[in-house]
Write a protein that binds this ligand. Structure first.
Ligand code: GRF
Length: 220
């Protein structure tokens, strides 16, 4: 199977980017990261990419008069790279409908909650405030409603009484670093695939997100 081409969009620390880089380096993932694109000039993730000689691009959203113009500039950078998958890894800009339509079924995101719970920001605080016993993360394809595309893999984290946002976020992030490269691998190997917009896993319709549990992927 030929190498998949990936483009990763980030805004911050890039720890998920690092997990993807590591998965490529240790050959878990047969892919090339063609570029890392970031909207924040001093984001730590840019250094992670540069350390691996991955091309980086900074596009500062504040330099654009509208979301559409920003999105168009992103597309101009991404399209020549012909990515099999465009990966949002802590990219903190909402993308417009034309952008999302353009990368239909090849745009993926990771979100730190058990979707459909807690879309948007401050997910860890909400889990604590609501006395949830379980929290976690979800990898989903992107559609044009925020954090609402089809979820492919989730992982659960127990919330303990002494948890703060930081301790909980750290445990969730550790799990993200496992499930995101895994979902990307499944996409790149065509084990996750769309047939007329219907998501399949190993040629079977995926009706519920898979769960990463006890170090393996289980169906629910
Ligand atoms: C992660 O929690 C991810 O779920 C969310 O943004 C955060 C990015 O962290 N979308 P990092 O930049 O990958 O360290």
């Amino acid at each position: 199977m030929s190498k998949a081409s990936l483009v990763v969009l980030i805004s911050g620390s890039g720890s998920n980017l690092q997990a993807i880089i590591d998965a490529v380096k240790n050959k878990q993932l047969n892919a090339d990261i063609k570029a890392v694109i970031c909207n924040i000039a001093d984001a730590k993730g840019l250094q992670r990419a540069a350390d691996e000689n991955i091309d980086t691009h900074i596009i500062d959203h504040r330099q654009f008069d509208s979301r559409e113009l920003f999105d168009q500039q992103l597309m101009k950078l991404i399209d020549p790279l012909k990515p099999d998958l465009v990966i949002l890894a802590g990219f903190m800009r909402i993308l417009g409908k034309p952008f999302i339509a353009h990368y239909h079924n090849r745009l993926i995101n990771i979100h730190p909650s058990l979707l459909p719970k807690y879309k948007g920001l401050n997910t860890h605080q909400q889990a604590i405030d609501n006395n949830d016993t379980k929290h976690g993360a979800s990898v989903h394809y992107v559609n044009d409603e925020l954090d609402s595309g089809q979820v492919v893999i989730q992982t659960e984290v127990q919330v303990i009484e002494s948890d703060t946002v930081d301790t909980l976020a750290r445990r969730v992030l550790n799990e993200e670093h496992i499930i995101y490269p895994l979902a990307i691998k499944l996409h790149c190997e065509n084990r996750l695939s769309f047939k007329e917009d219907c998501l399949h896993m190993d040629n079977k319709v995926l009706t519920r997100p898979m769960l990463w549990k006890d170090n393996k992927l289980v169906s629910r």
